[in-house]
Design a protein around this ligand. Structure first.
Ligand SMILES: *Cc1c(COP(=O)(O)O)cnc(C)c1O
Length: 447
């Protein structure tokens, strides 16, 4: 059986131009161990992007394996519609324990995209039910170059031209604020002399559209898919203030940033943000199983209470919502954070990571180096002086990741930004190997 041939014949891969796929040598993963992946030919790779930003405690982790095995011998799935189950109850309590203090209720789903859909629908319905005074609050405010998932609602609030523009006729209207992108500042200013003009403009937009806006959704501290674009200090706090002042619900999309990725449990803690809703997914199960949750304040939850015939019920629920296997993995993963004091233990590793990243500035094509916690993006440019980008057809980022692969490292680029996002338990020596391979890969494509 030629498994690679079967893949080409039957599988349509996500975010992948299949014409390229069919002509390239592709890796088929067979197993994982710690921060390493092994393919069917026995080749070993460092998992430099945590299997798309989800893995925390490594692959084939005994404690996570055992938690799932223990659960699987009881039951794998029963519905959360009209029934409860043990692991999802315990997980909800644990999520509330580690989340920003004002969040009190957990609504489960299966992916980051669905966790966003839920936040948007709840925000909309909340104001519908709040009274006639709020009846115009129907719109969502979102940021430029945002990424909130691939379903139509989450694409509506997204702002990445390459992924989203073709679907425009299918999407609902949104109001836009500028996400700070200091390397290519839309106001042509330099931080901190800019005095956060982007935030000042955003405050005006939020104020101007307050009467027609139910919520603002944003990726706190860093945008992921747009190229690891980190916010300057103070921006998030100003947005929070403007939302509170204007009765616009603040939805934090922590799908990428949650569970220690930025060095704190949630990115909200960097500026002590108290959102009205928070979306979590990716790292929630330690990277083991699909699961997501949207956390809400009690005030929002209370807005859905009423007699059945009042129709205030939130009529939404995915079939596998609150799945026991996923919930048991998530419970164990959160316990492991505490058991190994992970957020404290990785501090020196993050400092070391930042120090080594600095050295990438010596490469001719590295225009900008951005990071927060163990999450970094290296933006490659054709001309460092003018910041001129490479042409899309050159696929420079893709060339880098193919080089890295030859040297035993799996990474992925976002356009011309090379992303480095190792599992949080990576040791210093393996991190050094990962970074030196990325360095050499970038160096090798410089002409
Ligand atoms: C990945 C991601 C999503 C979408 O999550 P899926 O599980 O792929 O649907 C949403 N928001 C952010 C910030 C993400 O990084």
């Amino acid at each position: 059986m030629d498994i690679e041939k079967l893949d080409r014949e039957f599988v349509w891969h996500p975010f992948t131009q299949m014409l390229n796929w069919e002509s390239e040598q592709n890796i088929i993963i067979e197993r994982g161990e710690g921060v390493h992946l092994y393919d069917i030919n026995g080749n070993k790779y460092i998992d430099g992007i945590s299997s798309l930003w989800v893995n925390i405690f490594g692959h084939n982790n005994k404690e996570l394996n055992d938690a799932i095995k223990e659960q699987i011998d009881k039951i794998s799935h029963s519905t959360l519609l009209g029934l409860a189950n043990v692991p999802s109850i315990i997980l909800a309590q644990k999520l509330i324990e580690i989340a920003p203090k004002n969040l009190k209720k957990v609504f489960y789903s299966d992916s980051g995209s669905t966790s966003v859909e839920i936040a948007l629908k709840v925000a909309f319905q909340y104001f519908k039910q709040k009274g006639v005074k709020f009846r115009n609050k129907k719109k969502i405010i979102a940021a430029t170059s945002a990424y909130h998932g691939d379903t139509l609602g989450s694409v509506s609030v997204g702002g990445i031209e390459l992924f989203h523009s073709i679907y425009k006729p299918l999407l609902f209207d949104t109001i836009r604020i500028v996400y700070p992108y200091c390397y290519r500042c839309p106001f042509d200013l330099v931080h901190p002399n800019c005095e956060l003009r982007c935030a000042v403009e955003a405050e005006k937009i939020i104020g101007f559209h307050a009467d027609e806006s139910c919520a603002l959704i944003i990726e706190p501290m860093v945008q992921g898919a747009s190229g690891i674009i980190t916010m300057p200090a103070g921006y998030m706090k100003k947005i929070e203030r403007a939302c509170k002042d204007n009765d616009v619900l603040l939805i934090l999309d922590e799908v990428a940033t949650g569970f220690g990725r930025t060095g704190k449990m949630f990115a909200a803690f960097h500026e002590d943000i108290h959102p009205d809703a928070m979306c979590v997914a990716k790292g929630i199960t330690g990277g083991y199983l699909p699961m997501a949750a949207t956390l809400f304040t009690k005030e929002i939850y209370d807005g859905f209470l009423g007699n059945y015939e009042d129709n205030k019920t939130f009529f939404h629920g995915h079939t596998y919502t609150g799945n026991q296997l996923a919930a048991s993995a998530a419970v164990k993963s959160i316990e492991l954070f505490k058991k190994y004091n992970l957020l404290y233990e990785i501090k020196p590793l993050i400092s070391h990571f930042e120090k080594i990243l600095e050295e990438f500035k010596f490469l001719d094509v590295v225009g900008d180096i951005r990071n927060i916690g163990l999450m970094a993006g290296l933006e490659l440019v054709k001309d460092k002086q003018t910041k001129e980008a490479f042409e899309q057809k050159e696929r420079i980022g893709h060339k880098v990741i193919l080089k890295a692969r030859d040297m035993g490292v799996i990474i992925r680029s976002l356009g011309d930004t090379v992303v480095i996002m190792p599992p949080l338990v990576i040791d210093k020596q393996t991190l050094d190997t990962l970074l030196s391979v990325v360095y050499d890969s970038i160096k090798s494509i410089q002409s």
